[in-house]
Design a protein around this ligand. Structure first.
Ligand SMILES: Cc1cc2nc3c(=O)[nH]c(=O)nc-3n(C[C@H](O)[C@H](O)[C@H](O)COP(=O)(O)OP(=O)(O)OC[C@H]3O[C@@H](n4cnc5c(N)ncnc54)[C@H](O)[C@@H]3O)c2cc1C
Length: 441
């Protein structure tokens, strides 16, 4: 029997994968069944799904079952003050798109699929309070407050960024977890449909970059959008200054006037929705022998600016599934060896992407380098792939390789755009030709 703590995206997908291999799986989730209780408003309503997540879902037989929930986003729509809206494709091949998907619907479908298998049992309203070694987890039943213990030969901790199992592991093994909280928080707002129609172009991730802060919006399958404001907690502008309806209205009128038109009850939503915090978890140890292992955000929560947290968590599930199949006696320790550098790499790239989204997309040199990257990819598809594309569309390229390769490629882009002159293509071809070939699918 394998016990999984946490029935979020990673816990549910892992349960499904393990059950398909014939394991008996018990999932303990502190919240009620999401199919019966609507999610808390203002809590990350939709997510960007890309190649890594899709691959894991395909491996679990879920791709077709989710097809109707996916909203294609082939690029970014950039809304700059005083300029016309600009659509920038994410990639240059037809399949190089990302998808918006409802978190609640995705989790519900994973739960339904798991429920169809006789060897998975999902226990909702069961909160894990600790771990005391040898596969023993401590739980509390929300219905009656009963405390009990479950012992399983293997425990997988998929209990998210605030993981209780991570804390238990750290205190048992005596290591320190670094949790770097970002100085920026977020708040989600819903852009409703107007007369049943979407108010923005559906097939794009919308960004209103303002240098230092930004608003983004992802489409939902019903034509509404979920917008997210990312803004400093303190300072000016900052959430700390937005405590009254007047302050909120004035801030949006000056920075995002379009949002006031799109969201009639903006100030009410602003007051009602929770202000969420963001951060990166650097946990040096993810397992205790072959009995306890952390996956997903429990092991490596990251900031959301590359849209990769869930994708990375799903990739974890695929890797662990393969390792368990190959050799169950070493799977947990091998998982840490195989994944640690990759997860640190995506954590760093996600932080860098915040600057790109809120700031550098406005920089003409950045725009020139983006166009040049795509041209270099056309000329040298086996040697030059823009870093964003490596992360989002190339699941055969590990995150750590994408990060290092991205660094080398950036040096080439900097050299080729050092002056405003036309690109020296002979130099470009030589520099790219000197790079080693990339992993192939
Ligand atoms: C604003 C925002 C936007 C994001 N956008 C994207 C995106 O576009 N694309 C992307 O890939 N990722 C995105 N992410 C990241 C993504 O949400 C996470 O990486 C993903 O949810 C991780 O899945 P998980 O299952 O590991 O953890 P979680 O989703 O946190 O799930 C953990 C589960 O464990 C349960 N749990 C917690 N504690 C206990 C306990 N003690 N006992 C029992 N159960 C417990 C929780 O109730 C929950 O169901 C975003 C995150 C945020 C905050």
């Amino acid at each position: 029997m394998i016990a999984i703590v946490g029935g979020g995206p990673a816990g549910c997908l892992m349960a499904l994968m393990l059950a398909r291999r014939g394991h008996q799986v018990e999932v303990f989730e502190r919240s009620p069944d999401p199919r019966e209780v609507p999610p808390e408003s203002g809590r990350s309503i939709n997510l960007a799904l890309a190649a890594r997540g899709l691959r894991a879902l395909r491996e679990a037989g879920m791709e077709q079952r989710l097809a109707d929930l996916l909203v294609k986003m082939p690029g970014r729509m950039i809304h700059e003050p005083g300029a016309s809206d600009r659509f920038v494709p994410y990639g240059q091949r037809e399949h190089e798109v990302i998808y918006s998907i409802s978190r609640a619907a995705l989790t519900a479908r994973l739960i339904e699929a798991a429920r169809e298998l006789p060897n998975v049992r999902l226990h909702f309203n069961q909160r894990c309070t600790g771990y005391s070694g040898h596969g023993r987890i401590h739980l509390v039943d929300a219905a009656d407050g009963r405390e009990y213990e479950v012992q399983a030969p293997r425990v997988i901790g998929a209990d998210g960024g605030g993981s209780v199992l991570r804390q238990a592991l750290a205190s048992r093994l005596g290591f320190t977890v670094r949790e770097d909280r970002l100085e920026h928080d977020y708040k989600e707002l819903v852009i409703p449909t107007l007369h049943g129609r979407p108010q923005l172009a559906m097939h794009a991730l919308h960004i209103w970059p303002r240098g230092g802060f930004m608003l983004i919006a992802l489409p939902n399958s019903d034509g509404s959008f979920t917008a997210t404001l990312f803004l400093a907690r303190e300072g000016s502008p900052g959430f700390g200054q937005l405590t009254s309806a007047t302050q909120v209205r004035e801030f949006f009128a000056s920075e995002f006037p379009q949002a006031l038109e799109l969201i009639p009850d903006l100030t009410a939503q602003f007051a009602a929705h929770r202000q969420g915090f963001l951060g990166t978890v650097h946990c040096p140890v993810w397992h205790e022998g072959e009995q306890l292992l952390l996956i997903g955000d429990a092991a490596h929560a990251i900031v959301p600016f590359h849209g990769q947290g869930m994708n990375c968590a799903f990739e974890d599930c695929g890797v662990l599934d393969t390792l368990l199949l190959a050799d169950p006696h070493t799977a947990f320790s091998r998982f840490q060896i195989e994944r640690h550098a990759d997860c640190e790499a995506i954590a760093a790239m996600a932080l860098e992407n915040y600057e790109e989204m809120r700031d550098t997309v406005l920089d003409p040199r950045f725009q020139r380098q983006k166009a040049l990257s795509l041209e270099l990819e056309r000329r040298h598809p086996a040697r030059f792939i823009p870093r964003y594309s490596m992360v989002m569309f190339h699941d055969e390229i590990p995150y750590a390789v994408a990060q290092e390769r991205g660094r080398l490629q950036q040096q080439i882009l900097d050299a080729l755009t050092a002056t405003p002159d036309d690109v020296d293509w002979a130099l470009a071809d030589r520099l790219v030709g000197e790079l080693p070939p990339l992993p192939q699918p």
